[in-house]
Design a binder for this molecule. Structure first.
Ligand code: TYD
Ligand code: MG
Length: 457
């Protein structure tokens, strides 16, 4: 083998590196995921050096003397995206956009390119997946483009590097990282070492030349970016595009952001002219909600900095065969089981031989504990076949002894409820004091789930 090259084994699932083959990956516990790949040892060094080179010169500088300004960020004027990015694109940053195939990653980035080029920035869009004609067809659906957006179909990183150095765009889109390859490495595009190297090279370009780079990454079945987790560690910002392809709504979530808060979300709707922003997601999520059905409640979850109202539906029916069935969509399954156990023990509901199906409407996924009380109320409402007031908003965390615990940002939730015309809020007693008297909306504080049950009418 040529000098400066060696082979190592990579787990194709999580990117774990090992000098020898193993049956089970110690990193992610998956079986049979190790593949032998050649890496060039000299190129490997390059990546770790990029970090050092970024600020020009190796002399230490006083932190207080380093200047930043608003102009370090370029606004895309797509508000939903700007917020998720923490206020715009940071110069020289690397943003990974992950998501299922067909969810709209290329569409979103083409729209970003359009906005930026219309503002007078020079942009380079590099596609390794589609032909120029295909991109043009998509672009025609989105709108008019000016001459500042340059397209290129290329997968060889060396060519890409020299093109970027020659053209000097302000932002680059790489669609997708799994199609890019480095000639120094013999393994196929999309393999762990290729993806890692390619990202390293791109990072060098981003930090060295101060160019913002967006890279598209495909996602595996279990929702992480295909192949390497390492990719997530290397880039500055990781955005995930979520949503059901059958539903038109798409949620862009930041799971890592060195320049802003994480878990911020942006909501889009796929239309026939590209992605449109959804500025009032609560209203959209509540559209078409039944107002006289048992098992339906509205909860409020804080996503990043924004409150979102959403409907939780539960259906509780008698079990026909021995073991009760429980399923949940959009909510953690184990949390639902736990809350059902709390209901059984602390509120005396005999759920042991009842099936329960709990869904979050609109294809959203929520993990905030503040929706606990809503889940409990939805299940109890369906079990008793009694309706919860459709103009009641519910939030609060439920503890194992059935107590309702206070939650953060209660005020934002109440305000959002008032804005959307709700007449009352069922909330933790602990949060009540600071809000009493400030709002028109009726605030009902409860301290345990037994008290909360009284509001199922
Ligand atoms: P695309 O951006 O190609 O997805 P990805 O890059 O994540 O794989 O998404 C394309 C999907 O969106 C495709 O199924 C067609 C649909 N679409 C619309 O509904 N309206 C549009 O205006 C565009 C451009 C695409
Ligand atoms: Mg695409």
């Amino acid at each position: 083998m040529a000098k400066g090259k060696k082979t190592v084994f990579f787990c194709q699932n999580c990117g774990y590196e090992s000098p020898k083959w193993m049956g089970q990956c110690p990193g992610c516990r998956q079986w049979n995921t190790f593949v032998e790949e050649t890496i060039s040892t000299s190129a490997g060094k390059g990546i770790s050096q990029t970090m050092v080179k970024t600020s020009g010169g190796n002399e230490p500088v006083a932190l207080a003397k380093i200047k930043t300004g608003e102009d370090d960020r370029i606004k895309t004027e797509i508000e939903e995206l700007d917020r998720v990015l923490g206020g715009g694109i940071v110069q020289g940053s690397m943003v990974l956009v992950g998501g299922d195939p067909g969810i709209g990653k290329s569409t979103l980035l083409l729209q970003v390119c359009r906005q930026l080029s219309n503002k007078g920035h020079k942009i380079l869009y590099i596609s390794g997946e589609e032909s120029l004609r295909q991109i043009k067809l998509r672009a025609e659906r989105i709108g008019e483009f000016n001459d500042l957006l340059l397209l290129m179909c290329e997968t060889n990183l060396e060519t890409i590097r020299s093109t970027i150095e020659r053209v000097r765009p302000e932002a680059v889109v790489i669609d997708s990282i799994q199609t890019m390859y480095n000639e120094d490495i013999s393994s196929a595009p999309g393999s762990v070492s290729q993806v890692r190297e390619s990202t390293g090279v791109l990072m060098q370009i981003a930090k060295g030349l101060g160019i913002s780079i967006f890279i598209v990454g495909h996602v595996t079945k279990d929702g992480s970016v295909a192949g390497p987790r390492v990719l997530e560690h290397m880039v500055d910002t990781v955005l995930y595009f979520e949503g059901d392809r059958q539903v038109a709504y798409r949620i862009l979530r930041s799971v890592k952001n060195r320049f802003g808060s994480t878990n911020e979300i942006g909501v889009f709707e796929m239309q026939n002219k590209g992605l449109a922003e959804v500025k009032n997601p609560s209203q959209v999520m509540l559209n078409g909600r039944p107002t006289d059905a048992s098992g339906s409640v509205v909860v409020c979850s804080i996503e990043g900095t924004r409150p979102i109202l959403i409907e939780i539906q539960a259906l509780v029916t008698r079990t026909n065969f021995g073991l009760p069935r429980r399923t949940s969509v959009g909510i953690d399954y184990n949390r639902v089981n736990l809350l059902m156990a709390v209901l059984e023990k602390r509120a005396g509901l005999h759920l042991g031989d009842w099936d329960a199906y709990v869904n979050l409407a609109g294809g959203m996924k929520l993990g905030e504990p503040a929706i606990d009380l809503g889940i409990v109320m939805a299940i109890a409402s369906s079990y008793k076949n009694k309706v919860v007031d459709p103009e009641l908003l519910i939030f609060g965390e439920v503890g194992l002894s059935g107590e309702i615990r206070g939650v953060s940002m209660a005020e934002q939730r109440v305000r959002e409820a008032e804005k959307l015309g709700f007449t009352a809020c069922l909330m933790p007693k602990a949060n009540l004091e600071s809000l009493q008297g400030k709002y028109q909306i009726r605030l009902i504080g409860v301290s345990n789930i037994k008290e909360a049950m009284n509001y199922i009418i």
